[in-house]
Design a protein around this ligand. Sequence first.
Ligand SMILES: [Fe+2]
Length: 340
Amino acid sequence: MSALKLLLAPIWFAQLFTGAKSFVDNPLIRSDRLNAMGLHVARLRIAHGMAARRRGQLAQAVEPQDRAAFDRDGVVEIPQFLPPDIFAALREQILSYQGMARETVQGDTITRRIALDPAARRAIPTIGRFVSDGRWRALARYVAGFDIEPLLYIQSILSHRRNAPPDPQINFHADTFYPAMKAWLFLDDVPADGSPFAYVRGSHRLTAERIAWEKERSLSVRTGDCRLSARGSFRVDLNELARLNLPQPTRFAVPANTLVIADTFGFHARTQAGQPTTRVELWAYGRRNPYRLRTGWDAGSIPGIAERRIPLRWWLGDQGAGIVPQSWRPVGRKRPGDEA
Ligand SMILES: [Fe+2]
C-alpha cells in the first residue's frame, strides 16, 4: 500500500458511515469483494431501517391521507396546494424577481437555479406563506426522514436549448441508496409534452427484489458505461421493472399550484419534452447523513442560517473550483423565465 493510500484509508472507511455513494472515488465502496460479501446491501438496509425509525418519530404531524399516499407510493401529489389568491401573488412575485442565478447544462437541457436567500425573500414576501405552511412542513420532514428545513430554490428547466445528446435526467434512476426528499410546486401547468416529472410508484420500498437488484448493480456499475450509475445514482431500464414487481412510471402532467413530493430513492426521471419548453417551479431538497440517529439538531435549519445556506454552498464551491470541477456556473442576474 502506498503512503497516500495509507493516509486516505481512514477517510475511505469513515465515508462508509455517511451518504457517500460514488463507486468511482472510494475503493471500499467500489470493492467487488466487499460488495459480493454484502457491503452495499448492508449500507442500504441500515440506512433504510434508520430512516423508517426516524419517520416514525415524525409521522404524527403529517396529514393521515398524505402519510398513507406516501407510504404506499413514495410520491404525493397535492393539487391546489395554496389558496388561489396566495398562489397567484407568489407566482407573480417569483416570475418578476431578478436574482443572482446559476446554470448547469446536462445534454440538451439547461437548468437554472436562483437561491431563495434573504434578498429574494424580501422581494417575494409571499414565500413565507409556503415555507410556514403546516402541511408542507410536516410532509417535507416526514419524506426526508429528518426534522430539517429543506433547501429551497426557484428552478427553471429549459429543455431542447442545445444541439447535444438528450438530457441524462430522462433516464429513470434512484438519486441515492438511501431515502431522500425532493419537492416541486409548479408555477404553471405542466402538459404531457412539457417535460413532466415521472415516478415509479412503490419504488421507494426496499423489497427483496430491489435488494437483489442493488447487489447485482453494486458489482457491475463500476465497469459499465453509465457514468451517473457509477457515481451512485443507479439507472434502471424500464424493462427491469416487472422483475422488480413494480408498475410502469406515472407521469405528473399537472395543473399549476400542484405540489409533488417524492422519496428519490424511488425511480424517477424528467420526461423528454416534445419541443423547447421552459418549466418554472419552486424546488426543494432535503437530505442528510442517512446514518444519523436523531431527526433534528441541524444548525442549518436555524432561521437566519437556513436562508443563507445556498449562497454559502455556492461560495464554498467557487473556492474549491480549481480542485473540484463546478457544474453550477454563475450567470449574473436573471428572471426565472429569461432565456439562457
Ligand atoms: Fe434524480
